[in-house]
Design a protein around this ligand. Sequence first.
Ligand code: MUC
Ligand code: MG
Length: 377
Amino acid sequence: MSETSIKIESVDVLLLDLPTIRPHQLSVATMRRQKLVLVRIRASDGIVGWGEATTIGGLAYGEESPESIRTNIDTYMTPVLVGTDATSPNARMFALRSHLQGNRFALCAIETALYDGQARRLGVPLSDLFGGRVRDSLPVAWTLASGDTARDIAEAEHMLDIRRHRVFKLKIGARDVRADVAHVAAIKRALGDRASVRVDVNQAWSETDAMLGMGMLQDAGVDLVEQPIAAHDIEGMRRLRTMNRIPLMADEALHGPLDAFRIAESRAADVYAIKITQSGGLRGAQQVAAIAESANIGLYGGTMLEGAVGTIASAQLFATFPELAWGTELFGPLLLTEEILRTPLQYRDFELQLPAGPGLGIELDEDRLAFLQRQQH
Ligand code: MUC
Ligand code: MG
């Protein structure tokens, strides 16, 4: 192993609390704002790498909050990183993992920033460090989550008109099963074959709710049901999968390669929602994809509603997957009212276009970041 003289000089965590374009209702939280967690790593050769550890609804979705991520990075991770070789993300992540348990989101942000820096140093897109792209753009679903059927239909029609999305994921589980299914069925009836309609229950159903709901959703023409029951209930997911014909996608149940292996072994899902944060980083997510591919499980590129950094980091990795049958939902930046890039991400013809430049291929507007941070105080 060759040590270079290029060292990590600083690791900064920036929290950025931004309004959403409309309330975003999930069974676990209603989001009116999103708190981005950005990580910036500077190296002694002047290269700066960026990563993101954004989560949903404080502690409502996962066991790391924006504030705990910042504290844990500042207190326990930065001291392990500063002064060490900036050019080997693998060596750095190995060293970090031998100092701590868990903290998948924080580790993802650090790993992404190290890979971004190293790819910029080498002058290649980040995807090249994961074997290279098989596609230059990715289909992107949109989540209809206003909580109002007519408003959701109008929003979907608008997205179809402007050719931004033709796959819609509906957030359900907060209401009674029959009321939720009626809402979904009305949207599917209005959109017909012009769109794929899917639902995300975010673990809200019991197994009996799910037995009833999945049958009715299939009859309504819905294409996919995401995480209908509790994430830990792999046996219940296996039973639901065998008793229903509508495909079942694992989301919260997937915390990286070990879960991917366990769920594949139990045949408890048809599709995996791969998220780089939930997988503990890009390499973990690549391993989840490899397990899914070997087990004939379909892939879907998931999001934690990150801003531009986490979104494009995910896109750089997902673009290297040979099979991505269910597309992605990398729309996070479109849910926010503020732009933090010098050139916004390009969404057109129902797809997110991957940038060609080195590293993540984006340039953060640091003046804008500073302005938005000042506004919060
Ligand atoms: C989730 O559970 O999938 C992804 C899209 C969205 O609207 O919410 C997230 C979280
Ligand atoms: Mg989900």
